[in-house]
Design a protein around this ligand. Structure first.
Ligand SMILES: Cc1ncc(COP(=O)(O)O)c(C=O)c1O
Length: 396
């Protein structure tokens, strides 16, 4: 049985008549830039994530860039970013002319190591971008405490985590800005590119809105240099159809993750990540060597609501991750390495000095161990059992 990493048709085709009706409405309205569909989506998502302001954007990347621009980040500034993330987080910082300062990852939740972030604050540090990687919140109490201490702006990159919660609060609603992505592989997957920005501060949100349309207000009068970062009404109308089912999609992902964990943790050599080993103590990963673990399963913290954009294993031992990847691929099981190269290792960032790039050992290790397996909501029991059986066969 084939199990793809993601099957967008399994989610979208059952909605075909509703999606077609939404498309027809926009077609007949003749309104293809901004307008009621965009405004409705902005209200609905802002409500869902408990933010005062919602701003539809052209992509998750553009939402991050827009937030940085609205905060006035630019040349001479430093911005703390996790090194274990998708490129957009760091790339947007560089595009403003500021310097991305790379911070190591936590080996348990894969998110930014806040202890190491504190050690990289300088007089030039203006902001921190925690990423809620794979659908689980970063340690936001620690991030906000660091931000308060050093007067930093906080942009939460929630591209992979719309609807996830930290101590009961939706991610994105805690910092100055929160960003989301509607890239088709995201939990609220759109029909092309799309993104979203949220904020609670009236002035910051208004500034971001102005920058989203070339920095003009009123039209053709430019107090600021912005760009075109708008979300299309067609995209908004289609996303609204899926937003109505979003809670159900999340529950199914959570059930899939629980099923994998229950079945896989009984296999020899399989352990579950232990939050007691978070916080990156000096001996952070020594428990793995001691435990003879071959595979570490991801685990949500009790205070987090994880929405499982990815179910990411750590495959322990030299070359073992690539061996499991090959085994799964040979047996038609979709899988992906998120991410094989950390940001501090990227060729385009070698210009940043050693201070920015040093001390990212855990992330380097994770880049050699991480492997994500199918977790999308529509997976059947047979498909999940096939994935589990193939992992068991490889471990045996
Ligand atoms: C962590 C993270 N940040 C930012 C982005 C950028 O989102 P987009 O692809 O919508 O530009 C993505 C997704 O691709 C992501 O995973």
């Amino acid at each position: 049985m084939k199990v793809p990493l993601l099957d967008v048709n399994a989610q979208n085709l059952p909605l075909e008549s509703e999606l077609t009706a939404a498309f027809t409405n926009v077609l007949r309205s003749g309104q293809f830039i901004m307008g009621p569909e965009c405004e409705a989506l902005e209200k609905e998502i802002a409500g869902m994530v408990e933010c005062k302001h919602g701003i539809g954007c052209s992509s998750g990347t553009d939402a991050i860039l827009l937030a940085l621009m609205a905060l006035g980040i630019g040349p001479g500034d430093e911005v703390l970013v996790p090194t274990f993330t998708f490129f957009a987080t760091a790339g947007c910082v560089a595009r403003t002319g500021a310097t991305p300062v790379f911070v190591d990852a936590c080996p348990v939740c894969f998110n930014i190591d806040t202890g190491k972030a504190a050690a990289k604050v300088t007089s030039k540090t203006k902001a921190i971008i925690p990423v809620h990687l794979f659908g689980q919140s970063a340690d936001m109490d620690a991030v906000m405490a660091l931000a308060r201490e050093h007067n930093l702006f906080v942009i939460e990159d929630g591209a992979q985590a719309i609807g996830a919660k930290y101590k009961g609060r939706p991610v994105g609603s805690i910092g100055h800005f929160g960003t989301y992505s509607f890239f088709p592989s995201k939990n609220l997957g759109g029909f092309g590119d799309g993104g979203f920005l949220v904020a609670n501060d009236d002035a910051l949100a208004e500034h971001a809105r102005i920058l989203r349309t070339h920095g003009s207000k009123p039209k053709y009068y430019h107090k600021f240099v912005g760009a075109n970062f708008r979300l299309d009404p067609l995209q908004a109308a289609l996303l609204r159809v899926k937003l109505r089912r979003y809670a159900e999609y999340t529950e199914k992902r959570q059930a899939n993750a629980a099923y994998y964990t229950e079945k896989l943790r009984g296999l020899p050599g399989v352990v579950t990540a232990d939050p007691a080993h978070c916080k990156c103590a000096a001996s952070q990963d020594s428990w793995i060597e001691g435990s003879r673990a071959k595979l570490v399963l991801p685990a949500p913290y009790a205070h987090n609501e994880h929405i499982w954009n990815q179910y990411t294993l750590r495959v322990i031992g030299d070359g073992r991750r690539d061996a499991l990847k090959k085994h799964l691929s040979d047996n038609h099981i979709g899988n992906e390495i998120y991410y094989p190269v950390t940001m501090d290792q990227q060729e385009c960032f070698q210009y940043t000095n050693d201070f920015c790039r040093r001390d990212c050992d855990t992330a380097h290790r994770l880049a050699g161990e991480a492997l994500s397996i199918p977790i999308y909501p529509e997976l059947s029991k047979e498909q999940k059992d096939t994935v589990i059986a193939q992992i068991a066969a490889w471990l045996a």
